[in-house]
Design a protein around this ligand. Structure first.
Ligand SMILES: *Cc1c(COP(=O)(O)O)cnc(C)c1O
Length: 355
Protein backbone atom coordinates (compact mmCIF):
# COMPACT_ATOMS: atom_id res chain seq x y z
CA UNK A 1 0.00 0.00 0.00
CA UNK A 2 2.72 2.48 0.89
CA UNK A 3 6.37 1.44 0.61
CA UNK A 4 8.61 4.52 1.02
CA UNK A 5 10.53 5.68 -2.07
CA UNK A 6 14.18 6.05 -1.02
CA UNK A 7 16.58 7.02 -3.81
CA UNK A 8 20.34 7.42 -4.06
CA UNK A 9 19.85 11.09 -3.11
CA UNK A 10 18.55 10.24 0.39
CA UNK A 11 21.39 7.73 0.82
CA UNK A 12 24.02 10.31 -0.16
CA UNK A 13 22.49 12.86 2.21
CA UNK A 14 22.58 10.39 5.11
CA UNK A 15 26.16 9.45 4.33
CA UNK A 16 27.14 13.13 4.30
CA UNK A 17 25.72 13.56 7.81
CA UNK A 18 27.40 10.39 9.08
CA UNK A 19 30.75 11.57 7.73
CA UNK A 20 30.29 15.05 9.23
CA UNK A 21 30.36 13.66 12.78
CA UNK A 22 27.43 15.89 13.79
CA UNK A 23 24.52 13.50 14.15
CA UNK A 24 21.68 15.28 15.90
CA UNK A 25 19.72 18.54 15.88
CA UNK A 26 22.14 20.71 13.98
CA UNK A 27 22.44 22.23 10.51
CA UNK A 28 20.31 19.60 8.75
CA UNK A 29 17.43 20.12 11.19
CA UNK A 30 17.68 23.90 10.67
CA UNK A 31 17.66 23.42 6.89
CA UNK A 32 14.67 21.06 7.09
CA UNK A 33 12.75 23.58 9.22
CA UNK A 34 13.50 26.48 6.92
CA UNK A 35 12.63 24.53 3.74
CA UNK A 36 9.39 23.31 5.32
CA UNK A 37 8.60 26.86 6.37
CA UNK A 38 8.97 27.95 2.73
CA UNK A 39 6.05 25.65 1.87
CA UNK A 40 3.90 27.22 4.61
CA UNK A 41 3.95 30.93 3.90
CA UNK A 42 7.05 31.39 6.05
CA UNK A 43 5.41 30.21 9.30
CA UNK A 44 8.01 29.33 11.96
CA UNK A 45 8.54 25.55 11.90
CA UNK A 46 9.90 23.30 14.64
CA UNK A 47 11.16 19.81 13.74
CA UNK A 48 10.64 17.01 16.27
CA UNK A 49 11.12 13.25 16.43
CA UNK A 50 7.56 12.20 15.46
CA UNK A 51 4.13 13.44 14.46
CA UNK A 52 2.97 12.47 17.94
CA UNK A 53 5.60 14.71 19.55
CA UNK A 54 4.53 17.50 17.20
CA UNK A 55 0.89 17.20 18.34
CA UNK A 56 1.91 17.04 22.01
CA UNK A 57 4.22 20.07 21.95
CA UNK A 58 1.66 22.10 19.98
CA UNK A 59 -0.99 21.27 22.60
CA UNK A 60 1.37 22.30 25.39
CA UNK A 61 1.62 25.81 23.92
CA UNK A 62 -2.15 26.32 24.39
CA UNK A 63 -3.13 28.53 27.30
CA UNK A 64 -5.03 26.72 30.12
CA UNK A 65 -4.47 23.32 28.47
CA UNK A 66 -4.13 21.58 31.86
CA UNK A 67 -7.60 20.37 32.84
CA UNK A 68 -9.13 21.85 29.68
CA UNK A 69 -11.15 20.10 26.99
CA UNK A 70 -10.01 19.60 23.41
CA UNK A 71 -12.52 18.60 20.74
CA UNK A 72 -11.17 15.90 18.38
CA UNK A 73 -12.70 13.58 15.78
CA UNK A 74 -13.01 9.97 16.95
CA UNK A 75 -12.48 8.73 13.38
CA UNK A 76 -8.68 9.11 13.28
CA UNK A 77 -5.44 7.51 14.41
CA UNK A 78 -5.23 7.16 18.21
CA UNK A 79 -2.40 9.74 18.44
CA UNK A 80 -4.95 12.51 17.74
CA UNK A 81 -6.59 11.84 21.14
CA UNK A 82 -3.64 10.30 23.02
CA UNK A 83 -1.66 13.52 22.75
CA UNK A 84 -4.57 15.45 24.28
CA UNK A 85 -4.53 13.11 27.31
CA UNK A 86 -0.74 13.37 27.56
CA UNK A 87 -0.95 17.18 27.53
CA UNK A 88 -3.12 17.07 30.67
CA UNK A 89 -6.37 17.89 28.87
CA UNK A 90 -9.46 15.80 28.14
CA UNK A 91 -10.34 14.71 24.60
CA UNK A 92 -14.00 15.32 23.73
CA UNK A 93 -15.00 13.20 20.75
CA UNK A 94 -16.91 14.72 17.86
CA UNK A 95 -18.65 12.97 14.97
CA UNK A 96 -17.61 13.28 11.30
CA UNK A 97 -19.34 14.15 8.04
CA UNK A 98 -19.82 10.86 6.23
CA UNK A 99 -19.03 12.24 2.78
CA UNK A 100 -15.66 13.84 3.66
CA UNK A 101 -14.75 11.66 6.71
CA UNK A 102 -13.68 14.88 8.46
CA UNK A 103 -14.86 16.39 11.76
CA UNK A 104 -18.39 17.82 11.55
CA UNK A 105 -18.57 21.52 12.55
CA UNK A 106 -22.13 21.02 13.89
CA UNK A 107 -20.86 18.29 16.19
CA UNK A 108 -18.03 20.59 17.37
CA UNK A 109 -20.49 23.35 18.21
CA UNK A 110 -22.68 21.00 20.25
CA UNK A 111 -19.72 19.90 22.40
CA UNK A 112 -18.36 23.28 23.48
CA UNK A 113 -18.39 23.88 27.25
CA UNK A 114 -16.79 26.47 29.53
CA UNK A 115 -13.79 24.11 29.75
CA UNK A 116 -13.15 23.89 26.00
CA UNK A 117 -9.75 25.36 25.12
CA UNK A 118 -9.04 24.00 21.64
CA UNK A 119 -10.28 22.17 18.57
CA UNK A 120 -7.93 19.65 16.99
CA UNK A 121 -9.32 18.82 13.51
CA UNK A 122 -7.63 16.14 11.37
CA UNK A 123 -7.20 16.53 7.60
CA UNK A 124 -8.02 12.86 7.20
CA UNK A 125 -6.65 10.88 4.25
CA UNK A 126 -5.19 14.14 2.86
CA UNK A 127 -8.47 16.07 2.53
CA UNK A 128 -8.56 19.37 4.44
CA UNK A 129 -11.19 19.63 7.17
CA UNK A 130 -13.78 22.41 6.84
CA UNK A 131 -11.42 25.11 8.17
CA UNK A 132 -13.70 27.99 7.26
CA UNK A 133 -16.44 26.77 9.65
CA UNK A 134 -13.96 25.55 12.28
CA UNK A 135 -12.08 28.87 12.43
CA UNK A 136 -15.43 30.68 12.68
CA UNK A 137 -16.44 28.60 15.70
CA UNK A 138 -12.99 29.02 17.27
CA UNK A 139 -13.15 32.77 16.90
CA UNK A 140 -16.66 32.94 18.35
CA UNK A 141 -15.63 31.00 21.48
CA UNK A 142 -11.97 32.10 21.76
CA UNK A 143 -10.49 28.63 21.11
CA UNK A 144 -7.13 27.54 19.73
CA UNK A 145 -7.18 25.49 16.51
CA UNK A 146 -4.53 22.79 16.25
CA UNK A 147 -4.42 21.11 12.84
CA UNK A 148 -3.50 17.44 12.75
CA UNK A 149 -1.97 17.53 9.27
CA UNK A 150 -0.09 14.23 9.65
CA UNK A 151 -1.68 12.91 6.44
CA UNK A 152 -2.05 16.14 4.50
CA UNK A 153 1.29 17.60 3.33
CA UNK A 154 0.57 20.15 0.55
CA UNK A 155 -3.23 19.87 0.80
CA UNK A 156 -5.06 23.19 0.22
CA UNK A 157 -8.34 25.05 0.46
CA UNK A 158 -8.68 27.74 -2.21
CA UNK A 159 -4.90 27.68 -2.71
CA UNK A 160 -4.17 28.15 1.00
CA UNK A 161 -2.12 25.28 2.42
CA UNK A 162 -3.13 23.23 5.42
CA UNK A 163 -0.75 24.12 8.18
CA UNK A 164 -1.44 27.84 7.69
CA UNK A 165 -4.98 27.92 9.14
CA UNK A 166 -4.62 27.08 12.82
CA UNK A 167 -2.66 28.45 15.77
CA UNK A 168 -0.41 25.43 15.14
CA UNK A 169 -0.29 22.48 12.73
CA UNK A 170 1.46 19.12 13.09
CA UNK A 171 2.89 16.98 10.31
CA UNK A 172 4.28 13.42 10.43
CA UNK A 173 7.13 11.90 8.45
CA UNK A 174 6.45 8.28 9.41
CA UNK A 175 7.40 5.97 6.50
CA UNK A 176 3.79 5.40 5.35
CA UNK A 177 3.04 9.14 5.06
CA UNK A 178 3.22 11.12 1.80
CA UNK A 179 6.87 11.90 2.59
CA UNK A 180 9.18 10.41 5.22
CA UNK A 181 12.28 11.10 7.28
CA UNK A 182 12.24 7.58 8.79
CA UNK A 183 10.63 8.96 11.91
CA UNK A 184 9.93 12.63 12.42
CA UNK A 185 7.44 15.43 12.72
CA UNK A 186 7.10 19.19 12.17
CA UNK A 187 5.04 21.88 13.84
CA UNK A 188 4.15 25.08 12.00
CA UNK A 189 3.08 27.92 14.29
CA UNK A 190 1.35 31.21 13.65
CA UNK A 191 3.27 32.84 16.48
CA UNK A 192 7.03 33.15 17.03
CA UNK A 193 6.50 32.98 20.79
CA UNK A 194 4.65 29.62 20.59
CA UNK A 195 7.40 28.33 18.29
CA UNK A 196 9.97 29.37 20.88
CA UNK A 197 8.09 27.52 23.65
CA UNK A 198 7.95 24.40 21.47
CA UNK A 199 11.72 24.66 20.80
CA UNK A 200 12.28 24.80 24.54
CA UNK A 201 9.96 21.86 25.27
CA UNK A 202 11.73 19.84 22.56
CA UNK A 203 15.04 20.06 24.38
CA UNK A 204 14.60 19.87 28.18
CA UNK A 205 13.38 23.47 28.30
CA UNK A 206 16.74 24.93 27.36
CA UNK A 207 17.75 27.29 24.59
CA UNK A 208 21.13 28.12 26.11
CA UNK A 209 23.02 25.13 27.42
CA UNK A 210 22.30 24.40 31.11
CA UNK A 211 20.06 27.47 31.37
CA UNK A 212 16.78 25.52 31.53
CA UNK A 213 13.72 27.81 31.44
CA UNK A 214 11.01 25.13 31.46
CA UNK A 215 10.53 21.47 32.30
CA UNK A 216 10.76 19.87 28.86
CA UNK A 217 11.20 16.66 26.93
CA UNK A 218 13.73 15.20 24.55
CA UNK A 219 11.78 15.37 21.28
CA UNK A 220 14.80 16.27 19.16
CA UNK A 221 15.04 15.15 15.54
CA UNK A 222 18.42 13.81 14.43
CA UNK A 223 20.36 15.37 11.56
CA UNK A 224 20.31 11.94 9.92
CA UNK A 225 16.52 11.95 9.78
CA UNK A 226 16.38 15.63 8.80
CA UNK A 227 18.73 14.98 5.86
CA UNK A 228 16.33 12.33 4.52
CA UNK A 229 13.42 14.72 5.08
CA UNK A 230 15.09 17.54 3.10
CA UNK A 231 15.48 15.34 0.03
CA UNK A 232 11.96 13.91 0.34
CA UNK A 233 10.50 17.39 0.64
CA UNK A 234 12.02 18.26 -2.75
CA UNK A 235 10.37 15.20 -4.26
CA UNK A 236 7.00 15.69 -2.54
CA UNK A 237 5.27 17.92 -5.12
CA UNK A 238 5.82 15.42 -7.92
CA UNK A 239 4.57 12.51 -5.81
CA UNK A 240 1.52 14.52 -4.79
CA UNK A 241 0.65 15.25 -8.44
CA UNK A 242 0.93 11.54 -9.18
CA UNK A 243 -1.31 10.60 -6.24
CA UNK A 244 -3.95 13.06 -7.48
CA UNK A 245 -3.71 11.69 -11.04
CA UNK A 246 -4.05 8.13 -9.75
CA UNK A 247 -7.08 9.12 -7.66
CA UNK A 248 -8.73 10.89 -10.60
CA UNK A 249 -8.20 7.84 -12.80
CA UNK A 250 -9.93 5.61 -10.23
CA UNK A 251 -12.75 8.08 -9.58
CA UNK A 252 -13.50 8.25 -13.31
CA UNK A 253 -13.54 4.47 -13.71
CA UNK A 254 -15.13 3.08 -10.54
CA UNK A 255 -18.82 2.12 -10.46
CA UNK A 256 -20.99 0.53 -7.79
CA UNK A 257 -19.00 1.91 -4.84
CA UNK A 258 -18.99 5.35 -3.17
CA UNK A 259 -15.89 7.26 -4.35
CA UNK A 260 -14.16 9.96 -2.26
CA UNK A 261 -15.72 13.41 -2.40
CA UNK A 262 -13.53 16.46 -3.01
CA UNK A 263 -15.43 19.66 -2.12
CA UNK A 264 -15.07 22.51 -4.61
CA UNK A 265 -11.88 24.55 -4.05
CA UNK A 266 -10.29 21.77 -1.96
CA UNK A 267 -7.00 20.10 -2.93
CA UNK A 268 -7.06 16.49 -1.65
CA UNK A 269 -3.54 15.00 -1.60
CA UNK A 270 -4.77 11.39 -1.30
CA UNK A 271 -2.67 10.02 1.48
CA UNK A 272 -5.41 7.41 1.21
CA UNK A 273 -7.94 6.82 -1.57
CA UNK A 274 -10.89 5.62 0.45
CA UNK A 275 -14.13 4.25 -0.96
CA UNK A 276 -17.25 3.22 0.95
CA UNK A 277 -19.03 -0.10 0.57
CA UNK A 278 -22.34 0.51 2.29
CA UNK A 279 -24.04 -2.91 2.29
CA UNK A 280 -22.07 -4.72 4.96
CA UNK A 281 -19.80 -6.50 2.49
CA UNK A 282 -16.62 -4.44 3.04
CA UNK A 283 -14.56 -7.28 4.50
CA UNK A 284 -15.63 -9.75 1.80
CA UNK A 285 -14.78 -7.06 -0.77
CA UNK A 286 -11.28 -6.70 0.69
CA UNK A 287 -10.75 -10.49 0.63
CA UNK A 288 -11.79 -10.69 -3.03
CA UNK A 289 -9.34 -7.94 -3.95
CA UNK A 290 -6.58 -9.65 -1.96
CA UNK A 291 -7.16 -12.81 -4.05
CA UNK A 292 -6.49 -10.72 -7.16
CA UNK A 293 -3.25 -9.49 -5.59
CA UNK A 294 -4.63 -6.05 -4.69
CA UNK A 295 -3.81 -4.89 -1.17
CA UNK A 296 -6.27 -2.70 0.67
CA UNK A 297 -6.45 -1.12 4.12
CA UNK A 298 -9.11 -0.21 6.67
CA UNK A 299 -8.41 3.12 8.35
CA UNK A 300 -9.90 2.87 10.92
CA UNK A 301 -11.83 -0.25 11.96
CA UNK A 302 -12.69 1.17 15.43
CA UNK A 303 -13.43 4.71 16.58
CA UNK A 304 -10.79 6.02 19.02
CA UNK A 305 -13.33 6.41 21.83
CA UNK A 306 -14.13 2.68 21.66
CA UNK A 307 -10.53 1.43 21.86
CA UNK A 308 -9.79 -0.33 25.16
CA UNK A 309 -7.62 2.64 26.10
CA UNK A 310 -10.76 4.86 26.17
CA UNK A 311 -13.76 2.46 26.43
CA UNK A 312 -16.40 5.15 26.08
CA UNK A 313 -19.99 4.09 25.30
CA UNK A 314 -20.67 7.29 23.38
CA UNK A 315 -22.47 6.73 20.07
CA UNK A 316 -21.30 8.73 17.04
CA UNK A 317 -23.47 7.44 14.17
CA UNK A 318 -21.42 8.62 11.18
CA UNK A 319 -18.18 7.46 12.79
CA UNK A 320 -19.74 4.05 13.50
CA UNK A 321 -20.90 3.78 9.88
CA UNK A 322 -17.54 4.86 8.44
CA UNK A 323 -15.67 2.25 10.51
CA UNK A 324 -17.85 -0.47 8.94
CA UNK A 325 -17.79 0.82 5.37
CA UNK A 326 -14.40 2.35 4.50
CA UNK A 327 -11.86 0.61 2.31
CA UNK A 328 -8.64 2.25 1.12
CA UNK A 329 -7.30 1.24 -2.29
CA UNK A 330 -3.67 1.65 -3.36
CA UNK A 331 -3.02 5.21 -4.66
CA UNK A 332 0.73 5.62 -4.07
CA UNK A 333 2.95 7.24 -6.75
CA UNK A 334 4.61 3.91 -7.62
CA UNK A 335 1.46 2.52 -9.29
CA UNK A 336 1.63 1.88 -13.04
CA UNK A 337 -1.19 2.42 -15.54
CA UNK A 338 -1.63 -1.35 -15.55
CA UNK A 339 -1.93 -1.49 -11.75
CA UNK A 340 -4.58 1.25 -11.82
CA UNK A 341 -6.57 -0.49 -14.58
CA UNK A 342 -6.45 -3.73 -12.64
CA UNK A 343 -7.71 -2.00 -9.46
CA UNK A 344 -10.60 -0.34 -11.30
CA UNK A 345 -11.57 -3.49 -13.24
CA UNK A 346 -11.48 -5.73 -10.19
CA UNK A 347 -13.40 -3.35 -7.92
CA UNK A 348 -16.08 -2.92 -10.61
CA UNK A 349 -16.31 -6.70 -11.13
CA UNK A 350 -16.73 -7.40 -7.42
CA UNK A 351 -19.24 -4.56 -7.02
CA UNK A 352 -21.32 -5.90 -9.92
CA UNK A 353 -21.22 -9.50 -8.67
CA UNK A 354 -22.40 -8.37 -5.24
CA UNK A 355 -25.35 -6.27 -6.39
C1 LIG B 1 0.58 9.17 11.62
C2 LIG B 1 -0.38 10.02 12.35
C3 LIG B 1 -0.04 10.62 13.56
C4 LIG B 1 1.22 10.32 14.32
O1 LIG B 1 2.39 10.50 13.62
P1 LIG B 1 3.72 9.68 14.08
O2 LIG B 1 4.80 10.30 13.26
O3 LIG B 1 3.46 8.23 13.72
O4 LIG B 1 3.90 9.87 15.53
C5 LIG B 1 -0.96 11.49 14.14
N1 LIG B 1 -2.17 11.72 13.57
C6 LIG B 1 -2.54 11.14 12.41
C7 LIG B 1 -3.87 11.47 11.83
C8 LIG B 1 -1.67 10.25 11.77
O5 LIG B 1 -2.06 9.67 10.63
Amino acid sequence: MSAPDISIRERIAVDRVLRSGHLTQGKEVQKFESHFSNFLAGRPCVAVNSGTSALLLALLTVRDILGGEVIVPSFSFAATANTVVLSGAKPVFADIELDTFNIDPHSIRSLITTKTVAIQPVHLYGLPANMNEILGIAKEFGLAVLEDAAQAHLAEINEKRVGTFGSAASFSFYPTKNMTSGEGGMIAFDSDEDARIARLLRNQGMEKKYENELVGYNCRLSDIHAAIGCVQLERLAKWTDKRIKNANFMSEGLTGVIIPKVPSGYKHVFHQYTIRIPDGSRDRFAEELQKKGIQTGVYYPKPIHQLSSYSSDLDLPNTRKACKEVLSLPVHPGLTKKDLESIVDNVNLIARAGS
